[in-house]
Design a protein around this ligand. Sequence first.
Ligand code: ZN
Length: 324
Amino acid sequence: MLKWLDIIKFATNGNPIPDRRLEKTEEEWKTLLTDEQFRITRLKGTERAFSSDLCSYFEPGRYACICCGTELFDADTKFESGTGWPSFTQPIKENAVAYHKEGSFGMVRIEALCNTCDAHLGHVFQDGPMPSGLRYCMNAVSLKKMDVRERKIDFGGGCFWCTEAIFQRLKGVLKVENGFSGGKIANPTYREVCSGGTGHAEVVEVTYNPDEISFEDLLRVHLSTHNPTTLNQHGADQGSQYRSIIFYRNENEKQAATKIIDEVQKSYPDKVVTQLEMFEHFYKADDYHQDYYNNNPDEGYCRAIIDPKLEKFMEQCKDKLKQE
Ligand SMILES: [Zn+2]
């Protein structure tokens, strides 16, 4: 997650390398853009505050550069800033946006540009909501709303091989990846995580279609298919890497998750100890750990531990399963 110091560093020492570059002449841009789009993106203009409906639009999806189509922001990071310009706390990728110091005599501002085509987007300020503390104050004219019906959630509850096998079978789930989140170091290995010293949890990252399964239903399945009342332990697996944890991406998800935990608590005699944490990074585990149950159905662990769990889950959630 980028913070203010990273932004200053980029603006001072140079911007991250973009995935691709697109350069055109002013004349070429003029033919591709409306007058207003050209004025704002190519001549660094600013639209009137409250001139766009995008400010109060919070549906899921992504926002791309109006000039080159590069995806810049996810709706997950959009927030109501009250400024009259669409505001985000974080770009979709660290190299999506470029930064440029502007002004002088103590009145320095940081301009935000598309890192692919140099379109002027707006400015970045350090008065946004935590944890990034950033406010990307954007011109709505510079952005194009993309309708991507795809969301992600990361959670852990014991061994990720088990969690993966369950969520792969749920209707509305597009992809499940195994990895680590919530720790202190970047790109941890499986061995480092298993030593318990990195602070990471074994998690799955589930990509789902919110039209087919809700965030709430995903959490209900998660909290009913592992024991969320045992701290740092699931069956034979012991250690903080096996803790029960849910990573939320915005305030709405945090509130929804709190509600579901309260709801699920009623079906457990002991206290639910599932942690709620703001999502920061997901580190994918080696290929060996991906699609584990499907690739190793006869392996001892799969037979002894995953088979019975899966059977129970498929019996309980018949109506939520994918049609094979
Ligand atoms: Zn662009």
